[in-house]
Design a protein around this ligand. Structure first.
Ligand code: DI6
Ligand code: FE
Length: 414
């Protein structure tokens, strides 16, 4: 199996020719047969049929990379991960296979809090070293933009440690990483029975973390085993005052009105949403929010309540797909497998699944500069060794990726 080739499009100009472009720019796949694209200093400068190449770009033709009729897509975007953590929850995996529920384990002080203990003990170096192989697995599957959440520190210094590590990981791998503060993920033991007091702390941390450039968005876990809508509203109101967009782990295990709550704050995305009601989906459509589907967690938790896919389609709510890579509910290291699960478990079409990890995943992160092959957007694109577009969601595992061309994230101070 040939290793994936990496190409930086950060500097200078370049051209790709003889490509089958899946642009996602328009209905269906946005397929352009016999296509070509030109990049310049990290941006796509032109995308179209090779025979229509403008005169100004003709000089590039003789040094163009020949895609040899391979399918070319935008770089993949994993818009929901908990990639930074210490410790292992494989033992819980075994217990859940024996029928012990996720909630029961959480109630015993395991689950998220088990990972919190390990993450609090770990240094930044240890967190980075343990996250790098997980990130490299996602890169080898075509991810060029990665969202990473905090949420296993639950103390200021440990949440800061997680977000700094996520930023360092991006620089180490030349990958664009979007940082989401999920301090409202679980109630730490030292605040047992005092959730409102803990939310007070989180609201005090946000301006300090934002001032260090460590927060691109704010998230919360609105759930019986997480935080109630009133507590989430306080976190969202603080984020709003700081000009930070919000996202929400919404209605994953029960209907707490999380989708409607997210929409009330013009949030970027409601994620999981298995139990979201029709009112919440309508509110998301009206507010322009994106739904993030997380089939890995659905599968691993043996969930039986499907997200409201028909309502999302009917209301025109964009559907993104992500790995939710985390040690408890979704130890999933392949965004393409998430695409496949979104098709087989949630009945998405292969085209919806690819749009879910490109254009719609970009929307879920508030990134308007990526997710399609269109002039002016980032020059992140992938060449695939597959004959048909549906194969991108059809093959589970394997190594169909041939080349990753991407804008390298600029190194900088850690
Ligand atoms: N929902 C999830 O599925 C993850 N977090 C959340 O809010 C689970 C995270 C974990 O189990 O470690
Ligand atoms: Fe999650």
């Amino acid at each position: 199996m040939n290793p994936v080739q990496f190409l930086s499009t950060q500097h200078g100009q370049g051209m790709l020719k003889r490509a089958r472009l899946l642009t996602l720019d328009g209905p269906q796949w946005g397929l352009i047969e016999h296509g070509a694209l030109v990049w310049e200093n990290g941006l796509l400068a032109w995308v179209g049929r090779e025979r229509d190449l403008p005169v100004r770009w003709q000089p590039l033709h003789h040094t163009a990379i020949d895609a040899r009729d391979m399918l070319v897509t935008p770089g993949l975007i994993d818009c929901h991960t908990h990639l930074i953590f210490a410790g292992s929850r494989a033992g819980e995996f075994e217990r859940r296979l024996q029928g012990v529920s996720y909630q029961t384990i959480a109630g015993e002080g395991g689950g998220i809090l088990a990972t919190v203990h390990a993450t609090r003990e770990a240094s930044e170096e240890h967190l980075l070293a343990s996250a790098l192989p997980r990130a490299r697995a996602l890169l080898a599957d075509g991810v060029t933009t990665l969202e990473i959440k905090s949420g296993y520190g639950l103390r200021f210094e440990d949440e800061r440690k997680m977000l700094r590590t996520a930023r360092r990981l991006g620089r180490e791998l030349g990958l664009d990483v979007r940082l989401t503060c999920l301090a409202a993920h679980a109630l730490p033991e030292e605040f047992a029975g005092r959730a409102d007091a803990y939310i007070d702390e989180v609201c005090r941390w946000l301006p300090r973390l934002a001032k260090e450039g460590l927060v691109d968005a704010v998230d919360a876990f609105c759930e019986g085993i997480g935080f109630n809508p009133a507590q989430v509203r306080r976190v969202f109101a603080t984020a709003g005052r700081l000009g930070l967009p919000v996202k929400l782990h919404a209605d994953q295990l029960s209907d707490l009105g999380g989708a409607k709550l997210l929409a009330d704050y013009q949030g970027l995305s409601a994620d999981h949403i298995e139990y979201s009601n029709a009112d919440g989906i309508r509110a998301m459509a009206a507010s322009g929010a994106t739904a993030v589907l997380l089939p890995g967690a659905f599968l691993c938790l043996h969930a039986d309540r499907l997200p409201p896919i028909a309502e999302l389609r009917q209301q025109g709510v964009p559907m993104a797909v992500a790995t939710d890579c985390n040690p408890g509910s979704s130890p999933l290291l392949s965004l393409r497998l998430a695409m496949s699960l979104a098709c087989t478990l949630f009945q998405l079409t292969p085209e919806e699944a690819l749009r879910g990890v490109t254009e719609h995943a970009a929307r879920a992160l508030g990134c308007t500069d990526r997710g399609r092959l269109r002039a002016g957007l980032r020059a992140d694109f992938l060449l695939w060794n597959v004959a048909e577009p549906a194969e991108l969601a059809y093959w589970m595992a394997g190594q169909p990726l041939h080349t990753v061309a991407r804008v390298e994230a600029r190194p900088g101070p850690t």
